[in-house]
Design a protein around this ligand. Structure first.
Ligand SMILES: Nc1nc2c(ncn2[C@@H]2O[C@H](COP(=O)(O)OP(=O)(O)OP(=O)(O)O)[C@@H](O)[C@H]2O)c(=O)[nH]1
Ligand SMILES: [Mg+2]
Length: 473
């Protein structure tokens, strides 16, 4: 007889499975790897439904984690909560309410088609190689007051770029678990789901991310205005999020406030105007700039690049320039001027040195045989191709990649955001417009990847008016 003690495996009680199974939604910007994570876990029983008012769908499947389960939901991309686009609003409505819409949304023409509860846990899928813009979304989503986990995806690309990310520090600063992943290789996925399950059990919410003090103090009036039980019941939106939306000129939330509480609408507009008095730019832009700045500061505090301290100083300088109310615009115009210079001056010089010389060289050859004519036609075609790619596309692409890697493009997108909103676009589509100077075709496909719905159509149409150097070459 042996005296071996029985092995005790602790069981979490109650087990999260069946009806207790938490819903975990994969949220994030476009192309960060949400669907790749979903597909890594998806079983054959994937349920696909349409989001209310959206042609795009969400997918849901059950993932078993030992004896427990989660319901995993793959959502369309959400760009930003700042000046909500229609597509982003539909995703936000799902995150806030599922199919149980509050009274303010009951009159919407397109109601939820399927029965789905809002997610208990958000998994923000962030691109570790372009983390700064995703951190801004993390600050925005923290206002939902819902347990959150960050999947730091594309860690392979971040490493290739020489970026070192302090995962623990990021987790502490946001108050959420952060799990590094390489989704297409399945790395970190099991840990991610375990963290999501734990977040559902502990119900621990992210740390509050209020605006900087000088702006927060100005929002007291709006805060008091919506701090009424009937408003809270009608909206069922966390107060900090509702106040931010009203302060950032969001037409939809303000419209709903006016429709359900007519007296409050005028008061909200007056309070907003009052809050914006004396600020160097509109309150909405000030709030956006403040969030951008907090995300940039957070990014810098959790990142070490292989290039070291010098690069951080450089980033701080960029922030000082691009987040400045006046100099930001001047800096962006300088970037546009640099791109134009590259496309029309440098490219013309390269053209003279490469394809023009090749063309002149071939010009001297006037074949008379059939084979010669065919070879000449092929040579002309190849020279035409070289003439577009080498002088026009290559320098532009190299310049845009350099602007993207240095973080300048992200800051330009922030500066032009306001102007782009006037024509129904987000600042993020600034990059496709710049690519359009080289060639409209890749620019339209970049716009299709960066935008959705109406925004995608407007961007694609406008890009065709960008003077394309490859076309005029
Ligand atoms: N290098 C690298 N590529 C990845 C990783 N995860 C996903 N990808 C690739 O990124 C691309 C986009 O991935 P998706 O999963 O479709 O991204 P998504 O977030 O669902 O995109 P949308 O639904 O358009 O918002 C795919 O080609 C993936 O193979 C990763 O960790 N590293
Ligand atoms: Mg997807």
């Amino acid at each position: 007889m042996t005296n071996a003690k029985p092995v005790v495996i602790p069981l979490n009680k109650p087990l999260l499975r069946g009806a207790r199974r938490p819903r975990v939604a994969l949220v994030g910007q476009a192309r960060t790897g949400k669907s790749t994570i979903f597909e890594a876990a998806a079983s054959v029983a994937v349920r696909q439904e349409r989001l209310a008012g959206e042609p795009s769908t969400y997918e849901e499947c059950v993932v078993a984690l030992g004896l427990e389960q989660i319901s995993l939901v793959d959502l369309p991309a959400i760009g930003s909560l700042h000046r909500l686009s229609e597509a982003d609003r539909v995703v936000l409505m799902y995150l806030l309410w599922g199919d149980r819409w509050p009274s303010i949304a009951r009159h919407e023409p397109r109601q939820p088609e399927a029965s789905f509860a809002p997610p208990e846990v958000l998994v923000l899928v962030a691109d570790a190689a372009a983390l700064e813009r995703d951190l801004e979304l993390a600050l925005e989503l923290s206002m939902l007051g819902r347990p959150m986990v960050i999947a730091l995806n594309r860690m392979d690309e971040a490493r290739e770029k020489g970026l070192y990310l302090d995962v623990r520090s990021l987790s502490e600063k946001l108050g959420v678990p952060v799990v590094p992943t390489v989704a297409h290789m399945g790395k970190g996925i099991a840990e991610l789901f375990a963290a999501a399950l734990e977040a559902a059990r502990s119900k621990a919410c992210p740390l509050p991310q209020p605006p900087s003090q000088h702006i927060a103090a100005r929002l007291h009036g709006l805060n008091a205005l919506v701090a009424r039980p009937d408003v809270e019941e009608a909206f069922r939106v966390p107060r900090s999020l509702l106040v931010t939306q009203l302060a950032e000129n969001d037409d939809w939330f303000l419209g709903e406030l006016g429709a359900h509480f007519p007296a409050l609408r005028e008061e909200a507009i007056a309070l907003r105007a009052q809050a914006g008095q004396g600020l160097p730019r509109a309150l909405s832009d000030e709030l956006h700039a403040d969030r951008n700045h907090r995300a940039a500061t957070l990014f810098e505090s959790v990142t070490r690049s292989a290039a070291g301290e010098q690069k951080e100083g450089w980033r701080a300088l960029l922030d000082a320039l691009f987040l400045h109310p006046r100099w930001g615009l001047a800096g962006s115009l300088a970037v546009f001027a640099l791109v134009l210079f590259m496309v029309f001056e440098v490219s013309a010089l390269l053209d003279a040195l490469t394809s023009a010389r090749l063309a002149a060289w071939v010009q001297g050859w006037q074949p008379s045989s059939t084979l010669g004519v065919v070879v000449r036609a092929v040579a002309d075609g190849l020279i035409g191709l070289v003439g577009i790619v080498v002088p026009y596309m290559l320098p532009l692409v190299v310049l845009l990649v350099a602007l993207e890697h240095s973080g300048i493009m992200h800051r330009v997108a922030f500066v032009v955001d306001r102007g782009f909103h006037r024509i129904g676009l987000h600042g993020a589509v600034a990059v496709p417009f710049l690519i359009g100077l080289g060639c409209n075709v890749p620019a339209i496909s970049a716009a299709a990847a960066a935008a959705r719905g109406r925004e995608r159509v407007i961007a694609a149409l406008l890009i065709t008016f960008v003077p394309c150097s490859a076309r005029s070459a």
